[in-house]
Write a protein that binds this ligand. Structure first.
Ligand SMILES: *Cc1c(COP(=O)(O)O)cnc(C)c1O
Length: 420
């Protein structure tokens, strides 16, 4: 009836007029738990993770899920139990991984600004390796490892000068970016690192950006890294692992086609065949993005001379991607009650003109009290939520078949002032 929304990826699908995820009716969950509410599918997360596992096949590898994409403990636990390692960018993320039962020996630590305390915590916890991003970080790591009498396994994060052709805020592999060590300078850094005590230099890593729908830049970066590895080995640097980063994109709007993980990994493994390398990858968005939705309720419809607004109870503090990156999220009704569409801006209650989810969007008919889903909101959604306007952060629900449970309760007003 009426509105046919853009492709919903399974396990999200309408059954008759109601939007389901797996065997759960999303509106029933929204009524029970309130909105705004993040809902994730266990089946989607695991099948996306297994696509990576299957893509590597027998090639020696470790998948290190990028915790920053969605760091809910229940999701980390799910992935840890499936065998995942983790890519962390802070001590807090390491704490979460350990709380969730993750294996520290499968953790890689990325990021340009690791603090002394974070490095100590990671060394004491016995993580797999550090993706180092500067010479200053290398010396600090060496001195801390010496003091703790540990050996820090190291990969240098290389900036390969490859344009990821994605949004400028999530592109990281160009000369001007703060990330990594310039590929033209990195060989000298490896040589100096070899002279530092308590470091075991064993890897090359790169991460050129996020939301890549075209894998060509990733393969171009890989070619540059493999050439680098050949030169490093010839110069006596014993490289044994290559971390190809994350970054595969997901479809957010009609017409976007998701890269096929198995095709991409087949191309990667083919290039790396016979080199004796262990491959690491750090996918975030492509594991959890399409596995989650943000549910919201329509509060008001409001017409001005020039526009119509749908005012909903979720806002930029719950999902900032549209405001921050002008990101697109499809918005679909949880119940297809009415035929026809109308054009509106979908906005939240926060006192900022930037608080919008959609502009001039073709919307399914809806009335105050109706529920909507912002689709593909599982990655960089809740993790970027804030308490701006003193709004409690949303609850999170994990669906498993016909069952679901709250994996993070909604914040209360008391939560909001705790610590002040
Ligand atoms: C953010 C990040 C990732 C994950 O990127 P996705 O696009 O979510 O796959 C992987 N590695 C590093 C170093 C990152 O900063």
């Amino acid at each position: 009836m009426g509105f046919t929304p853009f492709m919903l990826l399974p396990p999200f699908a309408y059954r008759n007029q109601n939007l389901f995820v797996e065997d759960c009716d999303l509106e029933a969950i929204a009524r029970r738990e309130g909105t705004p509410l993040y809902v994730y599918s266990k089946q989607a997360i695991l099948s996306r993770y297994h696509a990576y596992e299957a893509g590597f096949g027998s090639f020696p590898h470790q998948i290190c899920y990028a915790v920053k994409a969605n760091s809910n403990l229940s999701i980390l636990r799910l992935l840890a139990q499936a065998g995942a390692g983790f890519d962390i960018v802070s001590g807090g993320e390491l704490y979460r991984v350990l709380q969730a039962g993750g294996n520290p020996a499968k953790v890689v630590f990325s990021g340009v600004g690791k603090t002394r305390e974070e490095i100590e915590y990671a060394l004491e916890s016995g993580i797999h390796s550090f993706n180092c991003e500067s010479e200053a970080e290398l010396s600090l790591l060496s001195s801390i490892a010496a003091r703790l009498n540990k050996v820090a396994r190291i990969a240098l994060r290389v900036n390969p000068h490859v344009d990821a052709a994605t949004h400028p805020y999530i592109s990281t592999g160009l000369r001007d970016h703060k990330f990594g060590i310039d590929i033209t300078a990195v060989e000298a850094v490896y040589q100096r690192a070899l002279t530092l005590p308590h470091l075991q230099l064993e890897g090359v890593s790169a991460h050129i950006g996020s939301q890549l729908l075209d894998t060509q830049p990733l393969l171009a970066a890989l070619d540059a890294l493999l050439a680098l590895i050949t030169r490093l080995r010839a110069a006596g640097v014993p490289i044994t692992h290559l971390d190809i980063g994350g970054g595969l994109g997901v479809p957010y709007r009609e017409g976007q086609v998701e890269p096929v993980v198995s095709d991409h990994l087949a191309a990667v493994c083919a290039r790396c065949a016979g080199l004796g390398l262990i491959l690491l990858t750090e996918p975030g968005r492509s594991i959890v993005g399409p596995a989650g939705v943000l549910l919201t309720r329509v509060l008001y419809r409001k017409k001005t001379e020039t526009k119509e607004f749908v005012i909903v109870d979720a806002a930029m503090n719950d999902l900032i991607r549209p405001s921050l990156y002008e990101a697109h999220h499809e918005i679909v009704p949880l119940r297809r009650a009415f035929p026809g569409t109308f054009v509106a801006d979908v906005v939240g209650p926060v006192c900022e003109s930037g608080d919008f989810f959609a502009r001039d969007r073709d919307m399914a008919q809806c009335l105050p009290g109706d529920f909507l889903a912002l689709v593909t909101a599982g990655a960089y959604g809740f993790v970027l939520a804030s308490n701006y306007n003193t709004r409690p952060r949303a609850a999170e629900v994990l669906v498993d078949g016909a069952h679901w449970r709250v994996v993070r309760r909604r914040e209360t007003y008391e939560d909001l002032v705790r610590g002040e």
